[in-house]
Ligand binder design. Structure first.
Ligand code: HEC
Length: 120
């Protein structure tokens, strides 16, 4: 489904390719110990979806360890994506691969945004 850059591609797929694919890859499997797998991921599939929305908006960081001294950071996309786009993207990920989580909407994204805005 994601193998070609079809201009008629649905928005969620396009947002994923543009923003997430570089690290999590088209198969959603990520890379061992570096980029988490999104297929079957418990945070991605969690009921309500606010954890996923939060990560898309604000990013995440893995602490550095002796074995992996490089600090791995996922950037936040809150400044680049609208509430609608974040919801569309989250729904793409929540229904992609073998995931079958319930849908989120732009109102939920706005809510998560407002909850965490003071920490930025
Ligand atoms: C620059 C690389 C990079 C990009 C781009 C990126 N991520 Fe990530 N992502 C990471 C890293 C590294 C982590 C692990 C961070 C952590 O666990 O603290 C991560 C973690 C996650 C997690 C949490 C997984 C878990 O099990 O905790 C989700 C969900 C996620 N990313 C989704 C996305 C989505 C959706 C996009 C596109 C909007 C995206 N990522 C773009 C690198 C990236």
């Amino acid at each position: 489904m994601l193998a070609s850059a079809d201009p008629g591609m649905e928005l969620g797929a396009r947002l994923y390719l543009d923003n997430c694919n570089a690290c999590h890859f088209v198969d959603g499997l990520g890379a061992d110990e570096v980029f988490p797998e999104l297929d079957g991921n418990s945070l991605v599939n969690a009921p309500g979806g606010t954890g996923l929305i939060h990560i898309i908006l604000h990013g995440a960081e893995l602490p550095s360890t002796e074995i992996r001294p490089m600090r791995l950071r996922m950037p936040g996309f809150g400044n680049r994506l609208s509430d609608d786009e974040v919801a569309t993207l989250a729904n793409f990920v929540r229904s992609g691969w073998s995931n079958t989580a319930d849908a989120v909407d732009a109102d939920m994204v706005a809510e998560v945004r407002s909850q965490f805005s003071e920490t930025e």
